[in-house]
Ligand binder design. Sequence first.
Ligand SMILES: Cc1cc2nc3c(=O)[nH]c(=O)nc-3n(C[C@H](O)[C@H](O)[C@H](O)COP(=O)(O)OP(=O)(O)OC[C@H]3O[C@@H](n4cnc5c(N)ncnc54)[C@H](O)[C@@H]3O)c2cc1C
Length: 490
Amino acid sequence: MHTIEQLNDGRAVYLNGHRVNVADVPIFRKTLALNNQYYDLQHTHPEVHTYQENGHRYDIAFKVPRTVADLQQKHRAYQEIAQSNSGMLGRTPDFLNTGMAVLAERAAFLGQNQYTDFAANARNYAKAVKANDIFISHALQNPQLNRQKAINAIPSEYAGVHTIERNQDGIFVSGAKMVNTMAPIADDLLIFNPPELLLENGDSSYAVAFATPLNNPGVKIICRKLLNHPAASITDYPLSNALDEIDAYIVFDHAFIPWSKVFVENNVEMSNRFFIDSGMFSHTSHQDEVRGITKLELATSLALRIAHILGLDGFLGVQEKLGRLTANLELIKGTITRSEDNGHLDEFGIYTPSLQALQAVRSTLPEYYDEALRVTQHLAAGSMVGVPSFAEFDGDNATILNQALTTDRATAKARTRLLNLAFDLTSSGFGQRQLMYEYYHGGDPMRIRAQHYQRADLQAGNQMIDRLLSADNANTHEQVITPIPRLVLK
Ligand SMILES: Cc1cc2nc3c(=O)[nH]c(=O)nc-3n(C[C@H](O)[C@H](O)[C@H](O)COP(=O)(O)OP(=O)(O)OC[C@H]3O[C@@H](n4cnc5c(N)ncnc54)[C@H](O)[C@@H]3O)c2cc1C
């Protein structure tokens, strides 16, 4: 649990060209309060949100899942946390905490160098995060400066984060990461690279993974513009004016990182293995997709509510559109369940969800979410954009509006509130950023789909094809099909 004052700890947060105190930004205060639901739920609903280990209680995200039932309990907890913010906070603490649980178990592959034991550092860090339940945020994606070149061949100090000096105490790093969500209100920042970091021979200084407190004097958090509407009420913008899980560009300038917080250094192979081989990718994906369902549920219910309140739900064509949305939601829920039921015990005895199922959700959910927003926009149409400020209900026009906007399905105020929510989710800057988040926060859907195809197990289908073809060629017994070579992804 954090108070906003704790975040005035010297961290360098920049907003609209000025260095700011986090506590002075009202929307950050509201976001922190919503994020703190993660901690509150441990007290109000401990049977779902906590578990006991060696006489201590921890958040369930830190539990190493050993059975499908463990994953299912985590699912319930992730879902309740996401529901507490209507699915609008993508990076609540449970996201990386579930990654910490498995990192601690699987860290051995990280090895050591002459200064430090990376595996022990990762284990100790994960244990400290769990013991203190601190909030970690992460940044892996490097700025897109030149797609034709390896990162160390780009003549810029800001192509990624790299070691500029190392000594027996630790490393000094400089550079930048392209996007981070939540840094102004998190405690620590976890830095690593995407699994396909491309480096030219010679300089492997970009191959790093480490953690640092956000008030490290060498770290700057340069925020994007806020998406709230300070001049309007929460009723006009029920989402934009309730939270902003702010995205930021992160800059390192000679930031010192003690060896105890370094997990990969000067090692391209380990940098590329860090996210996947630590188990963090699979387990954070599980949290992420459960959160995604919650958001899709909100968008789906909103489309149905709009159709009803505007008197459109009796038309067959509209019902078909709504039926597509409810079917999409059902498919996503079923696939998450499949990821849990089709999990496996890894070599460390960790019950791991099916990544193929989770990646099917990740590549598809953004389009389903987009479709739900578009259906709402098209149904709400002019009714939505014609909504006056809610303040009109307290002004000269109150009587007119109360009469004019009341229908047989809703009072003027209820109708206005719903249409405001519809506008905020589908059409405001906040809503469009939420849509972008779904498409891109977990990687480019194009690449996710390409990888899905690469890993697909189509044995049953291929056997049928082979049987059909071999019957056709029974006389020759020839191998009639040459497998199509699959692309190697870079
Ligand atoms: C709201 C939001 C929050 C985020 N939060 C975080 C965070 O907290 N931490 C973090 O590390 N990252 C975060 N990200 C960044 C995210 O990791 C990246 O956006 C994501 O990995 C995609 O990378 P990119 O943006 O560089 O897209 P790119 O890889 O640049 O792709 C951009 C577009 O170009 C197309 N494209 C690229 N290459 C090709 C090609 N060879 N052929 C055809 N088309 C191509 C892609 O399909 C895509 O449509 C966030 C992103 C968003 C939008």
